[in-house]
Design a protein around this ligand. Structure first.
Ligand SMILES: [Zn+2]
Ligand SMILES: [Zn+2]
Length: 335
């Protein structure tokens, strides 16, 4: 059964009941159908003639940097390598009511004065099961805390928790991603965030058995992965063709509309002179494009930071933010 079908079934059941059901079936969906696979987050490419083919990439181990993404055939500069959907995404706190709850697309003016959270039926269908879980909890303390503290990643954990409760996602969905080492002084704040997150679900009709995954350890483990793997989503807008034609890693974009964690884009290693780049056109779906001609079996690398910074600044930020010393050809040449 698809997520949309499960959502529809749950909502149908709910709408015919006048009392909030305490039954276990409310949030029960089939976890084994939600098992994570790389392909689930990857969209195949559609050629000009309408045929579809898998993207020209494979994930393999590199000699020095763990996992990496490699080209399986030659790719031309400007080509769209693949598109990736997020595992979890969340709008920026200042834009809760201005971008789509699900795809972060800018919402048009509501017009009728009603509160609009989705850009269309497709996003509403995709998100309604976990949106419904989120709506049942009281987020005022959690949201206020994160906004005052300027925190963005706990919102991704909040979204993930709602997805796990309704069975859209497994509690271990991010385990495949590399975690960062958390400084010990970060733990007390995380514990506070965790208590607020857990507290949001008290006084809801969600039964304890659906919350057993929600432990302090789970929260810290998930956040350790989100902190190093989340992408700041900046929509480029404009023409997608123009964007692909740009032979540069720098795309002028508006401020961040939110944050998201992806599976495959997280496997790309860093290079200060990258051959690939991620762009977001009008939604959270990430598009990986080639910045120059790439040969078969060449590793595809993106730049995690602003490529225009000097070597010292790049080294410092990569070490502080990502925990490694960059040894790319550009850094080695002292550029
Ligand atoms: Zn949307
Ligand atoms: Zn470098």
């Amino acid at each position: 059964m698809s997520i949309a079908a499960v959502a529809a079934a749950i909502l149908r059941r709910r709408s015919t009941s006048s009392i909030l059901p305490k039954s276990a079936s409310l949030f029960h969906t089939n976890h084994q159908h939600r098992l994570l696979s790389t392909t689930r987050w990857l969209q195949s490419r559609t050629n000009d003639d309408g045929t579809r083919e898998p993207p020209p990439i494979r994930v393999s181990f590199t000699s020095s940097a763990g996992r990496g993404v490699f080209a399986t055939k030659s790719i031309q500069s400007g080509d769209l390598i693949h598109t990736a959907m997020p595992i979890v995404a969340h709008p920026a706190a200042s834009l809760f009511n201005e971008v789509c709850y699900y795809c972060l697309r800018r919402l048009g003016a509501g017009g009728d004065g009603s509160e609009k959270r989705f850009c269309g039926d497709k996003c509403e269908d995709s998100a309604k099961v976990f949106y419904e879980v989120e709506r049942r909890a009281n987020w005022s303390a959690f949201d206020d805390y994160c906004i005052v503290q300027g925190l963005k990643y706990p919102f991704l954990v909040k979204r993930l928790a709602c997805m796990v409760i309704c069975g859209t996602m497994s509690a271990s969905s991010l385990d495949i991603l590399q975690p960062t080492t958390l400084p010990s002084n970060a733990i007390p704040q995380m514990e506070e965030e965790f208590e607020l997150l857990k507290g949001a679900f008290s006084n809801t009709e969600i039964e304890d058995e659906y919350l057993t995954f929600l432990t302090k350890q789970w929260y810290v483990d998930v956040l350790a992965r989100i902190r190093i793997n989340a992408f700041r989503i900046e929509l480029s807008g404009g023409s997608y063709t123009d964007l692909l034609n740009l032979a540069s890693a720098s795309v002028v974009s508006e401020a961040s509309v939110g944050n998201a964690v992806y599976m495959l884009p997280s496997f790309y290693n860093h290079d200060c002179d990258p051959n690939a780049h991620i762009i977001w056109v009008d939604s959270v779906d990430a598009k990986l494009k080639a910045l120059r001609d790439i040969e078969a079996d060449e590793e595809l690398r993106i730049c995690y930071i602003d490529t225009s910074m000097d070597r010292n600044a790049r080294q410092r930020i990569l070490h502080q933010g990502f925990g490694f010393h960059c040894n790319c050809p550009r850094c080695k040449s002292d550029d």
